[in-house]
Design a binder for this molecule. Structure first.
Ligand code: HEC
Length: 145
C-alpha cells in the first residue's frame, strides 16, 4: 500500500501519457468495473431474512386458515436462517443444503420434522425452536409441492 502511494516518486520513467501506460490503465479500468459489478451484486442480492415464495395453488384453494399458516411458516423459515444453506424459490443460498422449493413432494411432513430434530451435519438441529414455530416451519415445507 505505502509503496503504491510512493510510486510517483520512485518511478523515474519519463512516460506519463495514459495511452502509453497500458498496464496501469488496464488495472485502473478493471478495478473500476470490478467495484461497479460487486456493488451491483450486493444491492441486488436481497436480504437473507426475506422469503418471497408464493403459496402453491393447492394451499390457496384450501382457504384462509391454511394460507395464514403458510405465511406464518414462511416468516419462521425466513427468521431461522435456513436460507444460509438452502434455496427456497428465488431466495437463499444454493448450498450446502439441497434446494427446498419442492421439498413437500419429496419428503412427507413427518420426515421433514425428523430432519429438523435430527439432521445430518452441517445442518443444525432445530428441536429447541418454540413448538409453534417448529410446526409452522414443518407444515410450510410440506406445503411446498
Ligand atoms: C448450516 C447449513 C444449514 C442450515 C442453517 C439449515 N440446513 Fe437444512 N440441510 C443442510 C444440509 C447440508 C442438508 C443435507 C443433509 C444430508 O445430505 O443429509 C440439509 C437437509 C435439509 C432437509 C432434507 C432435504 C432432503 O432433500 O433430504 C430439510 C427438509 C432441511 N434441510 C430443512 C431446513 C430448514 C427448515 C432449515 C431452517 C430451519 C434448515 N434446513 C437449515 C444444511 C443446513
Amino acid at each position: 500500500m505505502i509503496l503504491l502511494f510512493l510510486l510517483p516518486f520512485y518511478d523515474r520513467g519519463p512516460e506519463r501519457r495514459p495511452e502509453r501506460r497500458p498496464i496501469a490503465m488496464f488495472t485502473l479500468v478493471f478495478v473500476f468495473f470490478a467495484m461497479a459489478y460487486l456493488t451491483y451484486l450486493g444491492t441486488s442480492a436481497g436480504s437473507p431474512e426475506v422469503q418471497t415464495i408464493k403459496p402453491p395453488a393447492a394451499v390457496v384453494a384450501s382457504g384462509k386458515g391454511v394460507l395464514a399458516e403458510f405465511y406464518a411458516g414462511r416468516n419462521a423459515v425466513a427468521q431461522s436462517g435456513c436460507e444460509a444453506c438452502h434455496t427456497i424459490g428465488d431466495d437463499g443460498n444454493p448450498g450446502p443444503g439441497p434446494n427446498l422449493t419442492h421439498i413437500g413432494s419429496r419428503i412427507p411432513l413427518l420426515g421433514i420434522e425428523r430432519t429438523l430434530v435430527n439432521p445430518t451435519a452441517p445442518m443444525p438441529s432445530f428441536k429447541n425452536l418454540p413448538p409453534q414455530q417448529f410446526t409452522a416451519i414443518a407444515e410450510f415445507l410440506s406445503d411446498l409441492k
